[in-house]
Write a protein that binds this ligand. Structure first.
Ligand code: BTN
Length: 257
């Protein structure tokens, strides 16, 4: 990635920019910076990650020249601290809106993976940095598959994946895409937790009306996806029609069949 172009494009958007051709994990550095009191909006970007981390202790591969891998250190306000679980869907919404601006029709696999043509295109890992009971900062880590070489081989995947360029059919400028995602992220953050925020999230919800398996540690539930509750839980109907909700947590969701 061209660092000078990146700096110029993000000059007015971020509080500080740390760019690396290669790094272990942008989230690891952003968490360290948060612990040192980094300003809200401090961004860590890498062209390649050698120890990228995904949810549930999984690995996240970022091949050079092909993807976006970045982590934004935030200092949530007291009001935002009441809604920390909404920061991951906030990122999903920001990425979705940036993809829509390219002419794509992304969907959000609850709670936050971004899909194109029902395949995962973006993963999000939000982590908090605590000092005792005090929140020092939140790190929003976002990985986007842009070019075909960013998509891991099928045998390494738990869920089918694709990339933006394959679906769009043309090259995508990663600097412009990153800048667009950040703009939408700040825009959505301003309405975090509002009815408009939930309806923007719900209107992009993947598998709505479809049967899914919800895998939680120790149990698997089957349900038909109804929508998102006013607190951000996934609303489903069980096979006998009884509505139930699942809260975000250590869970993965797959369409049945
Ligand atoms: C997932 O889908 O499991 C989440 C993947 C999150 C990957 C991003 S890439 C930038 C940031 N740095 C990391 O080590 N992980 C996140």
């Amino acid at each position: 990635m061209d660092e000078q172009r990146l700096r110029a494009a993000l000059k007015t958007t971020v509080a500080g920019l740390h760019y690396f051709e290669s790094i272990g994990s942008t989230n690891d550095l952003a968490l360290q910076l948060a612990a040192q009191g980094a300003a809200d909006g401090t961004l860590v970007v890498a062209d390649q990650q050698t120890m990228g981390r995904g949810r549930l202790e999984r690995r996240w591969v970022t091949a050079p020249g092909a993807a976006l891998a970045f982590s934004l250190a935030l200092r949530p306000t007291p009001a935002e601290q009441q809604a920390l679980a909404l920061f991951a869907p906030l990122c999903g919404l920001a990425v979705s809106r940036a993809l829509e601006a390219l002419g794509l029709q992304p969907q959000i696999k609850w709670p936050n993976d971004v899909l194109l043509e029902r395949r995962k295109t973006c993963g999000i890992l939000v982590e908090a940095q605590w000092q005792g009971a005090r929140l020092q900062g939140l790190v929003a880590g976002i990985g986007v598959n842009v070019a075909p070489s960013s998509v891991p081989p099928a045998e390494e995947l738990r869920f089918p994946a694709t990339c933006i360029e394959t679906v769009l059919g043309r090259p995508v400028d990663r600097v412009e895409l990153l800048s667009s995602i950040l703009r939408y992220l700040y825009e959505e953050r301003a309405r975090l937790g509002s009815p408009e925020f939930f309806s923007a999230w719900e209107s992009r919800l993947a598998f709505r009306g479809e049967w899914v398996n919800v895998q939680q540690p120790g149990q698997e539930l089957k349900g038909r996806v109804l929508g998102i509750s006013p607190t951000g839980s996934l609303r489903l109907a069980s096979p006998d029609g009884t509505p139930f909700e699942v809260e975000a947590g250590d869970l993965s969701l797959r369409p049945v069949g």
